[in-house]
Design a binder for this molecule. Structure first.
Ligand code: C5P
Length: 414
């Protein structure tokens, strides 16, 4: 989460400038305010109109624009932001930065800023490999500039190699990491998210409707509060959170191993909708709907195929209960989730005691609430001493409120 953060985004001139539009969208989605600056060359690739429409902010273009100078001088422009990002950073712009030149608005702002600077280089392979560029990048790194990418791949010019601008997703993750600061700084927090898929055969599985949106929002909020987040996710449809260490798993058993491997952590938020059961055996080959084919295959492939789709179920390990009942390296605060369709609070209270966790975030997932897969949530926070009913709000707001509660609880003497 980048709520309340102001980012000065310098867009350099290069074909990768179109990706900066996606970066702006992602930054604003995370709650950041983007102050865009276009170099003269950038205007050959993207228009000021599209940039300002996406950023919801006016675009700064010319050092000698008198209106800019009287309304917001270039020094003040840099002081009011938290971070300067240059994406794409051309070879020319990086050369000017490393030499300390101030020949236009972008380079002047980058020289004048006293905030961290992050650059995402993008250029032709040979321009990147050129000794002068490599020298300039080293100088920038030595000056404390964070360099993200470039990545290797096919280039717009038809060549292949390093020079492609890092994907907006990676730049966003790097931005979140640079800005990591806040009440959870120095805390390690584990978040589980998404559904698990329990295989029946190589193509079929048991699953549930969890989108992973709430878990992702929680991971983003915790990272935005400065926590080092271990994000263990099943196959979710929600986009991955930024600035977190991501471990992707498929089954409940894999999630259990990933959770244990992430310890020790200060707190754990178990938002995953873990499948309660898994098929008692997994067919190695696809089960045919034609029983004779299935049994033929079964005889030739040993324990592989089976007759039709009949299978029993075994219970999956309860990750939340296992973690809560640990005596060694038990997280100080463990938050479980209770997705219910009736008697929400009573069931959540019972679940808190049964599982041995500290808090339960309980919500009504009846289809008419639109919570499952939707943008909003209405939750009750059940602790040992109280039940709080929070208003219906966006999943991002729920996540921010929970991150705030965790920050306060972890800072209390334990
Ligand atoms: O028992 P129930 O599935 O309702 O419990 C929900 C809570 O328990 C969630 O926090 C979920 O992440 C966690 N859970 C788990 N392992 C399971 C089942 C649920 O960690 N096998």
């Amino acid at each position: 989460m980048l709520a309340g953060r102001r980012i000065l985004l310098v867009i350099g001139g290069g074909i990768a400038a179109y990706k900066s539009l996606d970066l702006i969208r992602r930054l604003t989605e995370q709650g950041a305010e983007v102050v865009p600056v276009l170099t003269g060359a950038a205007e050959e690739f993207v228009t000021a109109l599209s940039v300002s429409a996406l950023a919801g902010h006016r675009v700064y273009r010319d050092l000698f624009d008198l209106t800019d100078e009287s309304e917001m001088g270039h020094i003040r422009l840099t002081r009011s932001t938290d971070l300067a990002v240059v994406a794409p950073a051309t070879a020319n712009l990086m050369a000017r930065m490393s030499a300390g030149m101030a020949t236009d608005l972008a380079s002047t702002l980058l020289l004048a800023t006293n905030r961290p600077i992050l650059v995402a280089p993008a250029m032709n392979v040979e321009m990147w490999r050129n000794a002068a560029t490599q020298r300039n990048v080293e100088t920038l790194r030595a000056d404390g500039v964070v360099v993200v990418g470039p990545e290797e791949g096919d280039m717009a010019c038809g060549e292949f190699g390093p020079g492609r601008m890092a994907e907006p997703e990676s730049i966003l993750a790097a931005i979140t990491a640079v800005l990591r600061d806040g009440p959870l700084k120095g805390r390690r927090i584990l978040v589980t998210s998404g559904p698990t898929h329990e295989p029946i055969d190589p193509v079929r599985y048991l699953a549930n409707r969890s989108s992973g949106l709430q878990g992702t929002a929680i991971a983003n909020a915790l990272a935005g509060f400065g926590a080092e987040v271990e994000f263990v996710t099943g196959p979710a449809s929600a986009p991955m959170p930024s600035g977190c260490r991501i471990v992707q798993v498929t089954t409940a058993e894999e999630m259990m191993s990933a959770v244990m491997a992430a310890l020790p952590v200060d707190a754990a938020v178990m938002a995953a909708a873990v499948a309660d059961w898994r098929p008692d055996r997994v067919s190695e080959s696809k089960i045919s709907k034609n029983p004779s084919v299935a049994s033929d295959a079964g005889s030739s492939r040993g324990q592989g195929a089976r007759d039709g789709l009949a299978f029993g179920c075994v219970e999956n390990p309860d990750i939340l209960a296992t973690l809560s009942n640990r005596t060694r390296s038990r997280p100080r605060i463990i938050v479980g989730f209770a997705a219910e369709t009736e008697d929400i609070v009573e069931r959540a209270k019972a679940k808190r005691r049964r599982k041995g966790c500290d808090w339960i975030v309980a919500n009504d997932v009846s289809p008419e609430t639109g919570v499952m897969g939707g943008p909003d949530n209405q939750v009750h926070l059940v602790t040992e001493s109280a039940v709080e009913t929070w208003p219906r709000q966006s999943k991002t707001e729920v996540a921010l409120a929970l991150a705030d509660r965790l920050a306060k609880a972890l800072s209390a003497p334990g």
